[in-house]
Every structure is written in structure tokens, then in C-alpha cells.
Design a protein around this ligand. Structure first.
Ligand SMILES: *[C@@H]1O[C@H](CO)[C@@H](O)[C@H](O)[C@H]1NC(C)=O
Ligand SMILES: *[C@@H]1O[C@H](CO)[C@@H](O)[C@H](O)[C@H]1NC(C)=O
Length: 539
């Protein structure tokens, strides 16, 4: 078992190690339009990902909103993890040329009239009210929006809001605080302009040709562009009317500036995003804190147990010499029952098998993540890795489940194998399926396409189930685990119990401490996840 694991790790390690530049992670060189060569290009593409919100669980594809679309839209191929996470990447009409500054370029114009355009505009309005965030990508890097908090702390968010609102009682919500021009009560403002700053490393004194992009930042702006032809990016902000009474136009525009900075290394181009997150320290502190508490309390319980055991042993030694026929007490009392097979041995062994599978999967995934194979630049890799590992680890699950079941003296081995392969994944898949139907009805991008669903089923029944059968075969062939003491034929009668040794109070008393600790940790971890990915907007 252990050797098998080590081999798997080794195989995975060498496989990934030989392909060190994972697809999408290799650097791309850019050069000016006149100097384009084979190894560098001048076109910079901006890709758009799905929009999400901290106030809503449903992500939406960029195309679900009526924003500017690329005429010949492409969808760069995505891996399983991205699809499962609801990421949908598409090309966009924002196209730049390397080192060509542009100011106030029109992207497209959308017209809404009271007869046909209401629903499209309402969807954008709803998106703004729920604080949906754009997620744009340039050169496989998130385009960030950096702003300063009141205390002077800089924060770079990998997304920016669609718009912002001011409530009827004059409360300035979300991103509207960035500019005092947003000042009308009960109004919805749309960010229809972006100022993009792309920073590049010129490649001077380096062993590569051309320039490499090291940062992409933007600032959302709102301008009420007037006139159809020439637009000036100035003037009052773009409001969206409450009710559409006449024809209404939205013009989208952008400016782009290229900046040279040779002090930032390409390999550390993500650092500025991570550095701007100050939440990590608090989280580590709280995790360490609860870990120490758990260790301390477990240690105390262990000490109490040890003392009781010592006392018992001392008493046994005294009694042995004097009277033999004394009734058993203390630890000796339970030795004949301690290894009695549990009442629901089938269920326990199935869960043990599944737990092994998930534990090994988590362990290997974390290990690979620590080595840096699953960096955020490699989109969706974490999820893909987890799913593929889970599928491949059917064998340990089958083995553990079968061997435990055999040890419990179970006879229905067929049901055991089938339950191991199907019970937990089945419950999760059914859940997943119902959620998918709901998401599909809502038109969310988190809904899994039919093809992916079939692929997942194929992986489950085509790879995972046979592997579980294989594991179970070896598990049943092996000898049952031997117990150090024999189990009495007749179970001891259990004396009447005080209230706290009854199952329910026992579960609560035993569980409250771990639950509390895990809850605190989860609270901090989830909090930091929401603040860094969702949240959005200075506050
Ligand atoms: C683009 O604008 C930036 C900032 O104003 C300036 O430093 C840079 O030289 C400009 N680039 C070109 C090619 O004009
Ligand atoms: C380049 O970036 C570094 C780090 O962000 C900054 O300290 C420095 O001022 C920048 N240099 C130029 C020329 O903009």
C-alpha cells in the first residue's frame, strides 16, 4: 500500500517535472508592430471570464449581459476544473497593439428602445445592484483594479464592478465612493469606460527577445458620451434611467497606456496582487491558535486516560496475588467486547474506504500545490487535479473497504463493493445534478454543459468503478486484520448509563470542541476567500 502510494507520487512528479512549462505558463514575448518576428507578436488580446458577485451565488457568462461582443468570438479551450468552477472564457472586442498608447477609443454602442430593449437593460441593472464583478485576463494574468483604503493600504482586486448604485436615502454603495461625481440619490451608474495600464519588462540585458508583460491594471470610469462619432472621455457620469421612456444609448470606450518597468521580473509578476492582500497574517494566527488549543486539550485527555490505566494496572497487580475469583473491573472489563464487529459494519467500512480515497486525494493535491504545480496562473488546475486523482484512487477505497468489511465478518461482499463504488459519489452526483438543473434554469455560467456531465459519468463508471472493484478484489483476498485480544462469544450486558454516556449527549459533548475549532478556521478561511475574490470595491 505504502509502496504503491510512493510509486504513484514518483510517477506524477516525474511526469509533471519533465513538462516544466505547463501549457499557458510559458512566457510570451511581445514587440512593436513594425518589429514583429516569429518569436514575438504585437497583438495583445483581452479575454473576458464569467462575472460573479459576493452577493449572489450565481456566476454569469460575459455574453449573458449585453456588453460589447467580439465579432468572431472564440472560446479558448478550457480544462475540466475550469468548467466545473463555472469559468467561461471568451475573446473580447478590446484589442491592443503592443506599446501603442491609445486614448478614448470607442468599442461599441448599444441602443435600447422602450419596446424591445428593456429586458437586456434590466439585466445589467440587476447585475449592478448585486455588485457583479468583471474578470478580465491579459496574457494569462488577471487585470486588476488597485485602490487605496482609507488607512492608506493599497489593495489590488482581480476584478472590477459593472457599475455602482446610490440608494434612495443617499447612501453611497460599493464602488461609487471612488468619485464624488457619483452624487445623485437613487441612481444607478454604469462603468462604461476603462483606463488600462499595461506594464512590461523591455527585455534589456536579458536572454530573451522582445518584451514581456508584467502587470495589467485598470480603472473603471463612467462617462456620458454624447454624439455618435467623435467621443471625448470627459464630462458627467453615465446614469442608467429607472424607466426606459425614450431611446437610450450606451457607448463603451477604453484608453490604454504602456509603461516600461525593468525592475519587475516576469517570474514574479503575480506578486503585487498577493502583496496587497493583508488578510493572510490574521488567518495564520487564528489557525495556529485553534491548533494549539486542540493539541493541548487532546494532550490533557490522553494524560487522564494514562493515569486511569496506570491505576488499573496497579490494582490488578495487587489483586492477582491475593484472590483470583474477583470480578473483573476497569480496562479488563471491556477487553472481551472491544473488537466486537459494529452493528452497521457495512456502512462503516464503506465510509472508511471513501474517506481513504478523499484523504489521499487531498494529500497529493496539497503536496503538488505546495510544489507550485497548481499555481493560479494555471487556471483550473487545482480542481482538475483533484477530480482526476479522486477517479484514479478508486483502488485504495475498494481495498480498505473490503478488508475492513472482511474483518467485521461481513458476508455480503457484493453489496459492499457496489456501495463503496456508488454510495458517496452517487449522493454527490445526485446533488450536483439537481443543482445543475436549477442553475441551468437561471442561465448561470456555473451550470455544467451536457458534454461535461457525460464525461464525468464516463470517468466515474469507466475508470473509478473498475478500479474500486480491483481494490476490493485484493482486499478480500488478504487475511482479515487480526485483533490482539479475543472477543467473547456473548456480549456483556451494558449496565444502565448516566445521561452523558447516552449516544446523543455523547455525540454533542465529543463534537463540540472540534466543531468549534474547525468553525473558527473555516470562518477565517472563507472570509479571506470572499474578501479577495468577491467583495470588491473600496469601503
Ligand atoms: C505611453 O504613455 C506612457 C505614459 O504617459 C509613456 O511613458 C510612454 O512613453 C508612452 N508610450 C509611447 C509609445 O508613446
Ligand atoms: C517599477 O515597479 C517597482 C515595483 O512596483 C516600483 O517600485 C518602481 O518605481 C517602478 N519603476 C518605474 C520606472 O516605474
Amino acid at each position: 500500500m505504502e509502496r504503491c502510494l510512493r510509486l504513484l507520487l514518483l510517477l506524477l512528479g516525474s511526469g509533471l517535472g519533465s513538462a516544466f512549462y505547463l501549457p499557458g505558463l510559458a512566457p510570451v514575448s511581445f514587440c512593436e508592430e513594425q518589429k514583429v518576428k516569429d518569436n514575438c507578436k504585437s497583438q495583445i488580446e483581452l479575454l473576458v471570464n464569467r462575472l460573479d458577485s459576493a452577493e449572489s451565488v450565481l456566476p454569469y457568462e460575459y455574453d449573458a449581459f449585453d456588453f460589447c461582443k467580439d465579432e468572431n468570438e472564440r472560446h479558448p479551450s478550457e480544462n475540466l476544473g475550469q468548467v466545473l468552477f463555472g469559468e467561461r472564457i471568451a475573446s473580447s472586442p478590446y484589442k491592443f497593439t503592443f506599446n501603442k498608447n491609445e486614448t478614448c477609443q470607442k468599442v461599441c454602442q448599444k441602443t435600447y428602445d422602450p419596446k424591445s430593449g428593456v429586458s437586456a437593460l434590466d439585466f445589467i441593472k440587476k447585475g449592478i445592484q448585486l455588485n457583479y464583478q468583471h474578470h478580465w485576463i491579459i496574457d494569462n494574468m488577471p487585470v486588476t483594479w488597485c485602490y487605496y483604503f482609507e488607512d492608506g493600504q493599497k489593495y489590488c482586486s482581480p476584478g472590477f464592478p459593472v457599475g455602482c448604485t446610490i440608494t434612495a436615502d443617499g447612501r453611497v454603495k460599493d464602488a461609487c465612493v471612488i468619485n464624488s461625481e457619483f452624487n445623485k440619490k437613487d441612481t444607478i451608474y454604469l462603468f462604461n469606460h476603462v483606463d488600462i495600464i499595461i506594464t512590461y519588462h523591455s527585455g534589456k540585458d536579458e536572454n530573451w527577445d522582445g518584451a514581456r508583460l508584467v502587470a495589467a491594471r485598470l480603472e473603471p470610469k463612467s462617462y456620458k458620451h454624447t454624439g455618435d462619432k467623435a467621443i471625448k472621455c470627459e464630462g458627467p457620469p453615465m446614469e442608467i434611467p429607472k424607466d426606459l421612456t425614450s431611446k437610450f444609448q450606451i457607448t463603451y470606450s477604453y484608453s490604454v497606456i504602456f509603461q516600461e518597468n525593468d525592475t519587475i521580473k516576469w517570474a514574479s509578476r503575480w506578486d503585487y496582487i498577493l502583496e496587497s492582500m493583508q488578510h493572510t497574517n490574521i488567518q495564520w494566527f487564528s489557525i495556529m491558535n485553534s491548533l494549539v488549543i486542540v493539541l493541548f486539550l487532546s494532550g490533557m485527555v490522553a494524560m487522564i486516560m494514562l493515569r486511569t490505566l496506570h491505576k488499573d494496572i496497579a490494582r490488578y497487580n495487587q489483586i492477582d496475588s491475593s484472590e483470583d475469583a474477583q470480578e473483573e473491573f476497569g480496562w479488563k472489563l471491556v477487553h472481551g467486547d472491544i473488537f466486537r464487529p459494529p452493528m452497521k459494519g457495512m456502512l462503516l467500512s464503506v465510509f472508511l474506504g471513501q474517506g481513504t480515497q478523499i484523504f489521499i486525494m487531498t494529500f497529493i493535491t496539497l503536496f503538488l500545490a505546495c510544489l507550485g504545480f497548481l499555481s493560479p496562473a494555471n487556471r483550473g488546475a487545482l480542481m482538475t487535479c483533484a477530480v482526476v486523482l479522486w477517479v484514479l484512487l478508486g483502488t485504495p477505497a475498494g481495498y480498505v473497504s473490503a478488508r475492513m468489511y472482511k474483518t467485521f465478518g461481513g458476508e455480503r461482499w457484493k453489496s459492499n463493493v457496489l456501495l463503496t463504488a456508488l454510495l458517496c459519489p452517487g449522493i454527490i452526483f445526485a446533488d450536483f445534478f439537481v443543482m445543475n438543473v436549477i442553475l441551468l434554469a437561471k442561465g448561470s455560467s456555473a451550470a455544467i454543459p451536457f458534454g461535461t456531465l457525460v464525461a464525468i459519468l464516463a470517468m466515474w463508471f469507466g475508470i473509478s468503478v473498475p478500479l474500486t472493484f480491483l481494490g476490493a478484489y485484493f482486499g478480500f483476498k488478504e487475511r482479515a486484520i487480526e485483533h490482539p485480544v479475543r472477543t467473547n462469544q456473548i456480549p456483556r450486558q451494558i449496565p444502565t448509563q448516566s445521561f452523558f454516556t447516552k449516544p446523543f449527549p455523547g455525540i454533542i459533548m465529543g463534537g463540540i470542541l472540534p466543531f468549534g475549532c474547525i468553525f473558527i478556521q473555516l470562518f477565517f478561511i472563507l472570509n479571506s476567500i470572499w474578501i479577495t475574490t468577491g467583495g470588491g470595491g473600496p469601503s
